[in-house]
Design a protein around this ligand. Structure first.
Ligand code: BGC
Length: 408
């Protein structure tokens, strides 16, 4: 027997992207890093990916895979892309404003780029898509990185100044601000594992950057509230469903520490859910992996339910700001979305205040150090012609968004 699961009235249905992953031709600390590291990344494939992945995605051996370049050219094609989002019956869209475009040189704000984003916002609103804007999705201007980026307490002021400018420009058009995207993922890759720019493996630097991001966030929250008192402000937080004896302490650090520090400074919680992590003894990631994505990440929909229940204690509205998988053949995406929505719905029924769902991602895009081969999009991109093609799973997502209900 089929079951009809209704979502609350006014529920937001959307997708997410980030500037550096889709716009094309950005010049920031990450694009600099790509130039220096593409060759190495192409060579390291053999140590990193399984034979089946190497066979399925031979492009991972190509140097160009690791250079963001023109990417999806979303910078020029955003209207076409928003038409697709609208055709999917979406009523919201999350994207980021690229700091390095707006302030390529220190203090030199570029009004033309600000106008570009004004047009982007207009294009969304015309199509009935509520903008959710991220102010930092990991990329920063080269000059800011050269000054030491978020490693220096004294540099926070530059990021605050950028945010202040953006909020002043768009305070009448945008209500939802996501100040930071996944600070814990960025700091752990960039400063603990040392695999992302600036590739430091230094526990102290990790802790300093982590805490400077907390300080920056709090300052920006206060700044935005002064300019736009009715704004809704939060971060996009990557929370993981941990299992095992060590999970209470790991959960405290990974899932809650940042949120606890900004408890008095947020209007909503953005949740990015991708991972389940079963800890056995002292070993992490001892997952059963019965089903995995192209990246080899376990598909574990029930985890989102546990993670949402954990967030209930903050008593804030929650938006799922990211959830998705790499699935080039689109074989698992429909089931993935439906099963996650099933567990989200269950959490809503149990009193968790969830107000929206943004699938990651609208388009296939540049997946950071992995490059272009992982395909997260509801819309497929042909990187030769830049042609967009709606995947079958997107048609299914469109039905859910249209009716505000899931049929299981
Ligand atoms: C990030 C995205 C990324 C996605 C898939 C999230 O951690 O915010 O930028 O593309 O995961 O890896």
């Amino acid at each position: 027997m089929s079951n009809l699961l209704k979502f609350p009235d006014g529920f937001l249905w959307g997708t997410s992207t980030s500037a550096h992953q889709v716009e094309g031709n950005n010049h920031n600390q990450w694009s600099e890093w790509e130039k220096e590291n593409a060759e190495r990344l192409a060579k390291e494939v053999i140590n990193y990916w399984q034979p089946w992945q190497q066979k399925k995605f031979p492009e991972m051996f190509n140097l160009e895979n690791y250079i963001s370049g023109r990417s999806c050219d979303h910078y020029n094609r955003y209207e076409e892309d928003f038409d697709l989002a609208k055709a999917m019956n979406n009523n919201a869209y999350r994207f980021s404003i690229e700091w390095s475009r707006v302030e390529l040189e220190e203090g030199g704000f570029n009004q033309l780029e600000i106008e570009h984003y004004r047009n982007v916002i207009k294009a969304l609103k015309i199509r009935g898509l509520e903008p959710f804007i991220s102010l930092w999705h990991w990329t920063v201007p080269v000059w800011f990185a050269k000054k030491g980026g978020f490693e220096k307490n004294d540099n926070i002021k530059y990021f605050v100044r950028f945010c202040e400018r953006i909020i002043s420009e768009f305070k009448n058009d945008v209500k939802f601000w996501i100040v930071l995207n996944e600070p814990e993922i960025y700091t752990s890759h960039s400063y603990l594992k040392g695999t992302w720019p600036p590739q430091k493996k230094n526990l102290l630097a990790y802790l300093v950057v982590f805490h400077n991001l907390i300080k920056a966030y709090r300052k920006i929250f206060e700044t935005i509230k002064k300019i736009q008192p009715n704004s809704q402000i939060g971060i996009a937080k990557n929370n993981i469903y941990f299992e095992g004896w060590l999970s209470p302490i790991i959960r405290w650090w990974w899932n809650f520490y940042f949120l606890n520090c900004i408890k008095t400074h947020q209007d909503f919680i953005g949740l990015n859910y991708y991972f389940h992590n079963r800890i056995k003894g002292l070993k992490f990631n001892q997952n059963k992996n019965e089903e995995t994505s192209d990246l080899g990440w376990e598909i574990y929909p029930k985890g989102i339910y546990y993670v949402l229940r954990e967030l209930k204690k903050y008593q804030k509205p929650i938006y799922i700001t990211e959830n998705g998988l790499a699935d080039a053949k689109d074989e698992k995406r429909e089931k993935f979305i439906k099963e996650h929505l099933y567990w989200i719905h269950k959490a809503i029924q149990e009193g968790v205040d969830i107000r929206g769902y943004f699938y990651w991602s609208l388009l296939d895009n540049f997946e950071w150090d992995k490059g272009f081969w992982p395909r997260f999009g509801l819309v497929e991109i042909d990187y030769q012609t830049l042609e967009r093609k709606i995947r079958p799973s997107a048609q299914e997502y469109a039905k859910i968004c249209k009716n505000n209900e899931l049929i299981t």
